[in-house]
Design a protein around this ligand. Structure first.
Ligand SMILES: N[C@@H](CCC(=O)N[C@@H](CS)C(=O)NCC(=O)O)C(=O)O
Length: 250
């Protein structure tokens, strides 16, 4: 049984999959793509993942794409040991609903500050023609790139993203409270916790931990997930944006 994970150290979607593989003790080879260099848009990669994004998992030659699909797949195929899916169908449905919410809200919103703060200098250094060609070649994110442009998202867009993130922190707080915590759905960690983890780590990395300082359950949740044995190998050196882009350090 072999796993190859096509991913990027700082990619939030990749971090979900690394966490689950590490928690389950499943060894995997990593193929690291440089997303700013466009490795994800090369024909050989697009043949594996036509969306032109990471992560992609190769499990004994079978290709699985999309981080939430991959982590659900891993829990189905390797249910023993660390398991992140509730047995109760009602609870499982609640977990999946939260995962959809997470993909639509915090996971999508976090791209705005990420691109504006970290990646923009790379795009600003391109000529307009180079930038347009790069944006055009993205199967999933062409319009996102064009909306950002080489000068970045306007403040209104940044504020909107931070507002959506804030509503996600509030949803987390309520979910932890209603379920009895300390995890989003109660006493056991689930794939919903794993799904939201990278967005929270990213915002803390961008020096925005204060955004949930008034939400004690989220703060406690963040401490707890960082204390998980799988956390450190997932966030190996080079996984934080501030490590690659020192200008973000405050
Ligand atoms: N829904 C996809 C989204 C994947 C995604 O957006 N990946 C980002 C990194 S976290 C990426 O590869 N971006 C490259 C690009 O925008 O060109 C998943 O969860 O796997």
């Amino acid at each position: 049984m072999t796993f190859t994970l096509y991913n990027a150290p700082q990619s939030t979607c990749s971090q979900r999959v690394r966490f689950v593989l590490n928690a389950k003790g499943l060894p995997f080879a990593e193929k690291k793509l440089d997303l700013l260099e466009g490795d994800q848009l090369k024909p050989e990669y697009l043949a594996l993942n036509p969306n032109g994004v990471v992560p992609t998992l190769d499990h004994d030659g079978q290709i699985v794409i999309d981080s939430t699909v991959i982590i659900e797949y891993l829990d189905e195929v390797f249910p023993d040991g660390a398991n992140f899916t509730p047995r109760d169908p009602v609870k499982r449905a609640a977990m999946r609903s939260l995962m959809r919410f997470i993909d639509e809200m915090p996971a999508a919103a976090v791209r705005v500050p990420t691109f504006n703060l970290a990646f923009l200098p790379r795009f600003a250094a391109m000529s307009e023609a180079e930038f347009l060609a790069f944006a055009e070649s993205k199967p999933l994110r062409k319009e996102f790139m064009l909306a950002m442009g080489r000068t970045g998202f306007p403040q209104k867009e940044m504020d909107g993203a931070l507002g959506r993130l804030r509503r996600a922190y509030e949803r987390m707080e309520r979910s932890i409270q209603d379920s009895g915590g300390p995890w989003l759905l109660g006493k056991d960690i689930t794939l919903a916790d794993v799904s939201v983890m990278p967005a929270i780590v990213r915002m803390a990395d961008l020096n925005r931990e204060g955004d949930w300082a008034d939400l004690p359950r989220v703060a406690k949740w963040f401490e707890l997930i960082r204390a998980q044995a799988a956390f450190k190998p997932t966030y190996y050196p080079g996984s934080l944006l501030t490590e690659r882009f020192p200008h973000l350090r405050k």
